[in-house]
Design a protein around this ligand. Structure first.
Ligand code: DO4
Ligand code: MG
Length: 286
């Protein structure tokens, strides 16, 4: 079951919807669920939402709607150096801080950093940003853990942790500037619910980058390559802080384009995660 925000070509107002078969969306706004976050507060989400779909009078083909980011005012955080590939790439890009990546990969405490606020994220089809003062910009396709306001892990979505590798590589203290700027985070379109960690760990993640309609990068990884368990990441995210409107955690990247590759304005980034779907965004300079 997947929950998201949708609108129709003739009505720009976002409504909450659910699909079970990827063919039809049942409208949940008409039965009192005003946001995906509201849906995630329902006890026993899958049964409760299935029950509500029986009362929903609106049913629309998925092919006829446009999707928004499934997020409102949640905080978006990100874990880093959770894949061996990410550790190696970051040690290569930095002269002075290489040992920091090496140590955090094996440390008990993971790297977790603030990424974005929900209202600042780009939904499907909306531009993701590359900084005008960066020379080396890459997308980071990541599985996202979704939490309700009690801190329960209730779903999964797709995220893009856009990053300026030259700025991060120059000095690790520049990490917030390399990671957090306008349109630096894309999320969506769907939140998958009712899936245990073991099943999510069997999913593949793929990314393709298109330039003038031609593929200039393609790569893939497996969720199973994430070094840390989801409960471990969740525990550290919620250690010493609460999120009264819910939160999301990007779980790190395992797909890194070659060092000579940098994104350009007009590129399209396409990310697919089995079990969730596809997130596609054009790239723009900010
Ligand atoms: O340490 C810097 C960021 C790491 C990151 O974003 C990742 O591994 O995905
Ligand atoms: Mg990342």
């Amino acid at each position: 079951m997947k929950i998201g925000y949708y609108h129709t070509p003739t009505d720009p107002i976002l409504r909450t919807g659910v699909t079970v078969d990827n063919v039809d969306i049942f409208d949940l706004t008409s039965v009192g669920i005003h946001s995906p976050a509201d849906a995630l507060e329902q006890g026993d989400i899958v049964d409760r939402i299935l029950h509500l779909t029986k009362r929903s009078s609106m049913r629309i083909p998925v092919a006829n709607v446009l999707m928004g980011p499934p997020v409102n005012d949640q905080e978006i955080w990100a874990a880093g150096v959770t894949y061996l590939r990410s550790k190696t790439a970051r040690m290569e890009e930095s002269d002075f801080s290489a040992s920091a990546y090496d140590r955090v990969y094996d440390a008990e405490r993971p790297e977790i950093f603030f990424k974005a606020l929900g209202w600042k994220t780009s939904g499907p089809g909306r531009p993701v940003g590359i900084r005008h003062d960066a020379r080396w910009s890459v997308p980071e396709p990541e599985l996202v853990l979704v939490y309700n306001r009690r801190g329960d892990h209730v779903g999964y979505t797709i995220g893009n942790d856009m990053s300026s590798r030259d700025i991060e590589g120059e000095n690790l203290l520049y990490l917030p500037q390399a990671k957090t700027y306008s349109a630096s985070c894309a999320i969506g379109p769907w939140i998958r619910v009712g899936v245990e960690e073991a099943e999510a760990r069997s999913w593949g993640i793929r990314m393709e980058i298109l330039r003038d309609g031609r593929q200039v990068f393609a790569g893939g990884t497996q969720v199973s390559q994430i070094k840390r368990s989801f409960s471990e990441l969740s525990r550290w995210l919620h250690c010493c802080q609460k999120f009264p409107t819910g939160s999301m955690l990007l779980t790190g990247t395992g797909i890194v384009p070659p060092n000579e590759f940098t994104l350009q304005a007009g590129d399209r980034v396409v990310i697919e995660i089995d079990g969730i779907g596809r997130l596609e965004n054009p790239v723009a300079v900010v």
